[in-house]
Each structure stands twice: as C-alpha cells, then as structure tokens.
Design a protein around this ligand. Sequence first.
Ligand SMILES: [Zn+2]
Ligand SMILES: [Zn+2]
Ligand SMILES: [Zn+2]
Length: 159
Amino acid sequence: MKTGKRSAHHNQVGDHCSRWTVPREEIFNLLIQSQQHLSAKEAYAILNPSNPAIGLTTIYRTLDLLDRAGLVRRVNTGDGQVRFEYRRGHDSDHHHHLICTGCGKILNYRDFEKEELDLVRKTEDILAKKYGFLIREHNIEFLGLCPDCRPGGKNSPLK
Ligand SMILES: [Zn+2]
Ligand SMILES: [Zn+2]
Ligand SMILES: [Zn+2]
C-alpha cells in the first residue's frame, strides 16, 4: 500500500482520528521539526501566514488529539499557557525541564547530574514496590525564575 505524503502520520494517530487532514498534518510536522515547546498561539503565528486554512480552533483540536494519541507531551508553564513538544520516543531524547514562571521560557537539559539520576532511579524503585506500580517513564519539571526574571537579575544571589 502506498502512503501519500499527506497522510504520512495518519497511521500513527490511528483510532484517535478518522479524519486526518492536511492542516493537521502540517501542525504535527511543525512540532516534529521544532526543537521548541509550542503553545497553540505560537503554532498559529507560525502556520497561519502561509496557510490561512489553519485556524486556532483546528490547532487546539489537533494538539489535543496528538496528546491523547501519546504523540506529543504537554508541558504546563507558569504563565498559564500549555505548550507541546513532540515525543521522539528514543532514549536519547529524554530530558528534564527548567521552566520559568516569569516569562514561560522552557529549558531542556540532558546533562543530568549523577545525584539526580541516582535519586530518580531509587525513587522509582521504592514507589514501584510500595504501590505495585509498573513505572514506565517520568516527567521532571523544575519551576522557578530564569536569570532574566530573577529579582535583581543575573548577578543576584540565588538564595
Ligand atoms: Zn529523567
Ligand atoms: Zn524568565
Ligand atoms: Zn522539552
């Protein structure tokens, strides 16, 4: 069976969507290509100028759909906007987040501290035993203020 470019991702979305349309494909592609976490409004600002058929409602619906299909991850930032990032699915993509509640900036980091990895592993073991829970993944988000938003700015003390 030949899969046209337009429906390239329809099989991934599968049961979650019977009508996988071109705008939906474009929204999904944007997330796949972007290294960033995008809100619906940001996606709209990028896509709408070249494709006026892509409205904000379509974007909200599509992001919701992709979220339910497990293809994107929802990241809540302190500024009340929900942002989305594509789940690349391979281990090398695993990262934790530092989220600025002042400006909504999200920093991905993969250079984990040894203490951090030890703690996560140990905690997962304990929780698995305590609750009989098979843990498959985790999301780690630290919320706070980035150097630009910290009172007193970059050179202010952290404590
Ligand atoms: Zn982790
Ligand atoms: Zn900030
Ligand atoms: Zn991320």
